[in-house]
Write a protein that binds this ligand. Structure first.
Ligand SMILES: [Zn+2]
Length: 232
């Protein structure tokens, strides 16, 4: 894990998570208390992540309601007054498998979730697919919400480098080095999903971007990291 991914569990970070959770709700990404947000953090000597609690409305959520999940070698320990999100294992599996990930945003945003019900990857029809750090956005196999199986399928769909995937008949996972980037990617996946549904439902044809060109775009994104990733 790089130094830049090391956040401390503090009030500033907790406020950021609450603010982004409210924005996801305000922008219609998460209805009621669906979806969840986490950031990798340290609490003293404990390594883990802060995650939104289970079943708490984003409007009334307070920074102190967040749960710190300590990642021990063979177990997870919860620190907080409330239960963590029912999908805490999704976040846990990603942080354990992907040291490059510093934040995970899970949404049920409308267009991306509609696509997830078709159980298909979003192909390279638009260059911004590369914001996910891969040439397509995979769709994880179906498993019951809140299950370890779902967490494993999500990790498989993300693979070694992708920062986003769909969850069959469920929603979206967007990751990033930090919370702002994960949030920006969640927004972009929704935007791309909207476009892809429009294309699928039109009578026009759509050629995919060739893999050599996608490789070029992926390389370019590495060098222009801030392109399209800042939340305005
Ligand atoms: Zn969900």
């Amino acid at each position: 894990m790089t130094e830049e991914l090391k956040n401390s569990d503090n009030q500033w970070l907790r406020k950021q998570i609450v603010e982004i959770s409210r924005r996801l709700s305000a922008e219609g990404f998460n209805i009621n208390s669906s979806g969840n947000v986490s950031v990798r953090a340290q609490r003293g000597q404990k390594e883990g992540f802060l995650v939104t609690p289970s079943g708490v409305d984003y409007e009334t959520m307070r920074p102190s309601d967040l749960v710190f999940v300590e990642l021990k070698k063979d177990a997870a320990v919860f620190w907080g007054k409330l239960k963590p999100s029912s999908e805490w294992q999704l976040h846990e599996h990603i942080y354990r498998k992907r040291p490059d990930v510093g934040s995970v945003v899970h949404t049920h945003s409308c267009y991306a979730t509609a696509l997830s019900c078709m159980e298909e990857a979003i192909p390279p029809f638009h260059y911004m697919i590369a914001l996910s750090n891969a040439a397509k956005i995979n769709c994880a196999k179906y498993a019951t919400f809140g299950s370890v199986e779902l967490a494993q399928h999500a990790v498989d769909a993300l693979g070694e480098q992708s920062l986003a995937c769909l969850l069959s008949h469920h929603g979206v996972i967007a990751c990033g080095k930090d919370l702002q980037k994960a949030f920006a990617l969640a927004r972009e996946v929704e935007n791309l999903s909207h476009m892809w549904l429009l294309i699928r439902n039109s009578s026009g044809s759509c050629e995919m971007i060739k893999s050599t060109e996608m490789d070029k775009i992926l390389e370019k994104f590495k060098h222009y990291g801030q392109t399209g990733t800042n939340v305005k």
